[in-house]
Design a protein around this ligand. Sequence first.
Ligand SMILES: Cc1cc2nc3c(=O)[nH]c(=O)nc-3n(C[C@H](O)[C@H](O)[C@H](O)COP(=O)(O)OP(=O)(O)OC[C@H]3O[C@@H](n4cnc5c(N)ncnc54)[C@H](O)[C@@H]3O)c2cc1C
Length: 141
Amino acid sequence: MTTSPCASDALPGGTVDTPVQEVVNNEDGTLGGLRLTDGQVVARRVIAVATWMEARIEGLGGLKLPVEDLPDNMGRRFASGMAGTTEVPGVWVAGNATDLAAQVGASAAAGALAGAHINSMLATADTNAALAATQGETPAL
Ligand SMILES: Cc1cc2nc3c(=O)[nH]c(=O)nc-3n(C[C@H](O)[C@H](O)[C@H](O)COP(=O)(O)OP(=O)(O)OC[C@H]3O[C@@H](n4cnc5c(N)ncnc54)[C@H](O)[C@@H]3O)c2cc1C
């Protein structure tokens, strides 16, 4: 809990911005509240902790893939367009790398779509190369 940024209080009285030091239990072991770094104890029966989600970018720095922050401090993802395309030619992203809250079904579907798009790009490139080779062998009229 020492990394939690603050104790948020949705009840009348507003928000407490003081960082949390620890969770405090009652004598019977039930949740008692939060001790803040200034020593104050905020009594609570329920605590909700929001997580920060971030795509893992270690080892991928060389690709210089653009990342972007999501609203409301939800997290950071690889920026992507249709079918997982990125601003870096030849690099697609899918699943939680770019859709941080996607579950298995959505992640798998995004991966399949990216794969289909990659296949389409490769087929188009092959066709263009074959056409160019053919045109190179045929004298211009
Ligand atoms: C606690 C928890 C519970 C969940 N429960 C459900 C559920 O019940 N139902 C559901 O549908 N979804 C659930 N999900 C979500 C589900 O896990 C994701 O939707 C899914 O795993 C996304 O698949 P992915 O392939 O995008 O990412 P991942 O499954 O995370 O796969 C990414 C892989 O890439 C590897 N990797 C990362 N960086 C590198 C690198 N630089 N080089 C090489 N490899 C690397 C990772 O080790 C990992 O194996 C849950 C997630 C969590 C965290």
